[in-house]
Design a binder for this molecule. Structure first.
Ligand SMILES: *Cc1c(COP(=O)(O)O)cnc(C)c1O
Length: 496
């Protein structure tokens, strides 16, 4: 049966999956949600015998019903290939009592690769299906990670170009090296003199410039965005929860039908929402444990029903979770509100106007599958150290936040249900913080690449290809511009 998409704010309905992927955001500013969550009507015994790609097809074909089987299989095959450094794509590793679902084996060794590997293919297929003749131009401002993951996904995908702006002095040396060495004839990286907000504002301005869009269309281009609210990024994330559960059944770790809990280090609320969708599909998930760092807006929301972004923004060692507005939460709100666009809109207007909103008791009642807590910087570091001491397994900072919160949850509730914990970045991505937590005296004085070698040695793991490559890769992008020259930079790149 066909699944159609509608806006959480009521302004659009009856949109096909491919149209929703092309549009990204709905016209009324809402997010696209499926009109119902399809059932996972494949026997677990069957899923347990499948490869990652086969499970991906079973899950995605239930949601993206206007893609043909051939189209979807092609997208999946192109996404989950040799870019990943393991055939399993998303392997599970047990350390202590926790099953770590490693989502960091892709091109940029963090979890955004899981969705950004496939989004370009879903997008170009959607363009073909909807007779869009223009070439798609992705424009992104990045504080470091997302831009790189998007470029890695879009590099050399026919029919697309990608331009990434980053703040010249606002990213780490490793992040900068990763970006300026990006390969692909259709990629472009420009540093701007300004901070991340300046870059973000500049991109938004270009996006909303109607005259510029017309100029672009005349030359055969149109903008699209790869940001995390695109439904084409959310649904591919449902896959790995199903795959992980099936793997636990296959390996005899759990019985088919047995409940598992899921713990997710959370920022924009995309990853944990995908787990919630998996549960709605029928996957036996008990609690969804939402872990925050010191920017604990979500923890307060789960505890009080009040979402309030009016608070200081704290820089932590888990920067990808330093977020005060979790944009994907709007999709959960819509569900909590019994699919009421009015209620959802009221919340979002409150957020826009006052930076806060409060949900009613009926909505709060439906939140009971979720548990939220946070780990501060000290707890995060001590989790990395103790996990390493006790098991030899090295966690990245984001994953450590989640592990620390999970330990608190277990102490508080005594709930011994097996747990899958989303491991969102390789420790090699945040080597300095990780080694500082393990032995500051010994490692702090080492240079970036010496630290990588040290990490390799103590964790008995190979340095990922993504890191090896940037040691030697030539610099391909050297452009720097002022904020008011961003539009010109786009024109230069597209030669218009
Ligand atoms: C983006 C990111 C997160 C947060 O994921 P959301 O889907 O935004 O909640 C957590 N950890 C890492 C390493 C990330 O890159």
């Amino acid at each position: 049966m066909e699944i159609l998409y509608k806006s959480t704010r009521g302004g659009e309905t009856g949109v096909t999956a491919s149209q929703a992927i092309l549009k990204g955001l709905a016209q009324d500013g809402g997010l696209f949600v499926p009109d119902r969550i399809p059932a996972l009507d494949v026997p677990m015994e069957t899923l347990a015998r499948m490869s990652y790609q086969e499970v991906a097809y079973e899950v995605m074909s239930r949601f993206f019903t206007d893609y043909t089987a051939e189209e979807l299989k092609e997208c999946i095959a192109r996404a989950y290939d040799g870019k990943f450094d393991t055939e399993e794509i998303a392997p599970l590793t047990k350390a202590g009592e926790i099953y770590f679902l490693e989502l960091f084996h892709g091109a940029t060794i963090a979890f955004k690769d899981m969705a950004l590997s496939i989004l370009p293919h879903l997008l170009t297929t959607a363009a073909k299906k909807n007779h869009v003749e223009n070439e798609i131009v992705i424009l992104t401002a990045t504080s470091g990670d997302t831009g790189k993951a998007a470029m890695a996904g879009f590099a050399d995908v026919p029919g697309t170009r990608i331009l990434v702006f980053y703040p010249k002095d606002g990213v780490s040396p490793v992040q900068e090296k990763q970006m300026v060495t990006q390969k692909g004839e259709n990629t472009c990286v420009v540093a701007i003199r300004g901070n991340f907000d300046d870059a973000q504002t500049g991109v938004k301005k270009i996006f909303s410039d109607k005259k510029f869009a017309e100029e672009l269309a005349k030359s055969g281009f149109q903008f699209s965005s790869a940001n995390s609210i695109n439904i084409g990024r959310l649904i591919p994330q449902v896959v790995y929860y199903v795959y992980a559960y099936a793997a636990l059944v296959r390996n005899g770790e759990i019985k088919n039908g047995e409940s598992v809990n899921v713990t997710v280090p959370t920022g924009n609320f995309g990853n944990i929402l995908a787990a919630f969708y998996a549960k709605q599909m029928g996957l036996p998930i008990g609690k969804l444990i939402c872990a925050s760092n010191e920017n604990k807006v979500l923890v307060d929301f789960f505890r009080t029903g009040i979402y309030d972004r009016n608070r200081p923004f704290i820089l932590t060692s888990s920067p990808s979770m330093d977020i005060l507005i979790s944009s994907n939460l709007e999709r959960l709100l819509y569900w909590l509100a019994g699919q009421s666009p009015e209620k959802t809109k009221a919340c979002m207007e409150g957020l826009q106007k006052d930076g806060r909103y409060q949900i009613d008791d009926a909505m709060r009642e439906r939140l009971k599958d979720f548990y939220g807590d946070y780990a501060d910087e000290e707890e995060t570091a001590s989790e990395i150290a103790s996990m390493y001491r006790n098991t030899g397994y090295v966690l990245d900072t984001h994953t450590a936040v989640a592990a620390s919160v999970y330990e608190k949850y277990r102490k508080e509730t005594g709930d011994m249900t097996p747990v899958i914990l989303a491991s969102t970045a390789s420790p090699y991505k945040f080597t300095r913080s990780v080694l500082h937590a393990i032995d500051a005296e010994k490692y702090d004085s080492l240079g970036d690449f010496e630290q990588m070698d040290a990490l390799s040695e103590i964790s008995s793991t190979e340095i990922p290809r993504a890191i090896e490559e940037i040691r030697t890769a030539p610099v391909r992008h050297t452009a720097v511009c002022d904020v008011d020259q961003m539009e010109q930079a786009v024109k230069n790149f597209l030669a218009i």
